[in-house]
Design a protein around this ligand. Structure first.
Ligand SMILES: NC(=O)c1ccc[n+]([C@@H]2O[C@H](COP(=O)([O-])OP(=O)(O)OC[C@H]3O[C@@H](n4cnc5c(N)ncnc54)[C@H](OP(=O)(O)O)[C@@H]3O)[C@@H](O)[C@H]2O)c1
Length: 322
């Protein structure tokens, strides 16, 4: 009898957890909101981030994506403090993702970097802490992402981050982590959009139950002034338009829904209140499998953020003031 009651209790609790709206279960048991609000922008314009994050949370976003390198964690922290103090949300309603500084290449450096971020964010813990990249972009004398991952495991055990993950890791780098670590990353944050659909890496992550967060969701359909690439895609593309008309949505909303229906978490960024709301208004429709295939076919294998290209990183760093 007791066993039956216990089983019932488990079923009820699993069902309740699954019913939590607009969240997705991670491989560590935490539930992550399925749309994130992106905050990357020019570092000399960080003042716009506080009001933008406040508006985003008021519009319904519960997941904020920042990073040490964006130099806006203080503004994000002020926005969080503001919405909590006004009773709009409680801390536990929010999911805050931030990323390790690019200046950390060792296990020991992780805790210090996270503590700096926590101070700026005015938080006791973050919900998700990511290694920003596997690459040694700053030519540090000591750098191994595997050692850095051990530091990530340390801070998870200290409960300073509820979940830990990686960003911009390819499949062989993920494999090296899996072969040599205790904790499987919960998330890989990578570029996915109709210009760069990355079927292989998304599938590899998903086969390992690593959730994909899709950054730069609008690809080259929005201006990327520091790059020389011209895409044949735009918001008037007939495939995007046809699907948008069918659901009474815009092409931009279809692009975000496409990422959700591939079971990834899109991270749109907009500081414009109208577009911010539009980008969140994607929870009431679904694409068919065939519509997903049609958008996959738009792929040009063109990445906005190609960190392997040194000249790209220089141009990006100059433009954004990194
Ligand atoms: N982990 C990483 O290495 C990494 C790398 C890049 C980005 N990210 C994350 O991903 C987020 C998104 O990437 P992103 O900032 O490159 O690009 P994005 O969200 O693909 O595009 C942002 C641009 O699109 C415009 N926009 C937004 N919504 C629109 C809409 N509905 N219609 C037309 N234009 C629209 C925005 O202008 P307005 O503001 O004027 O609307 C802005 O110029 C970042 O903010 C960051 O949090 C992570």
């Amino acid at each position: 009898m007791l066993r039956i009651l216990l089983n019932l209790l488990v079923i009820v609790s699993v069902t309740t957890a699954d019913a939590l709206p607009n969240t997705k279960l991670l491989n560590d048991g935490n539930r992550i909101p399925i749309v994130a609000y992106g905050t990357f922008g020019k570092t000399n314009e960080v003042a716009i981030i506080k009001p933008a994050v406040i508006k985003a949370i008021e519009a319904g976003y519960r997941h904020i994506d920042t990073a040490a390198v964006y130099k806006n964690e203080e503004q994000v922290g002020e926005a969080i403090a503001d919405v909590i103090s006004r009773g709009i949300v409680k801390r536990e309603d929010l999911w805050i993702t931030t990323k390790l500084g690019l200046d950390v290449g060792t296990r020991e450096g992780v805790l210090t970097s996270l503590q700096t971020s926590l101070n700026k964010l005015k938080l006791d813990y973050v919900d998700l802490y990511l290694i920003h990249t596997s690459l040694n972009l700053l030519d540090l004398p000591e750098h191994d992402y595997l050692n850095v991952w051990k530091g990530m495991e340390d801070i998870k055990k200290m409960n300073l981050a509820r979940s830990i993950g990686i960003s911009n890791f390819n499949s062989s780098e993920i494999n090296r982590i899996l072969a040599n670590s205790e904790i499987v990353p919960s998330v890989n944050e990578i570029e996915v959009n109709p210009n760069y659909v990355d079927l292989g890496l998304v599938a590899y992550c998903q086969s390992l139950n690593i959730t994909v967060m899709s950054y730069a969701p609008f690809g080259f359909l929005v201006p990327r002034p520091y790059l020389n690439y011209t895409t044949s895609l735009n918001f008037e593309n007939p495939v995007l338009k046809r699907i948008a008309q069918k659901y009474g949505k815009t092409s931009s909303q279809v692009m975000l829904r496409y990422l959700m229906d591939r079971d990834t978490i899109p991270i749109p960024r907009s500081t414009n209140e109208e577009r911010m709301k539009l980008n969140f208004d994607i929870l009431d429709f679904n694409l068919t499998e065939n519509e997903i295939y049609q958008i996959n076919e738009l792929n040009e294998d063109a990445k906005v953020y190609d960190f392997y290209d040194e000249s790209f990183f220089t141009a990006l760093a100059d433009y954004y003031g990194l």
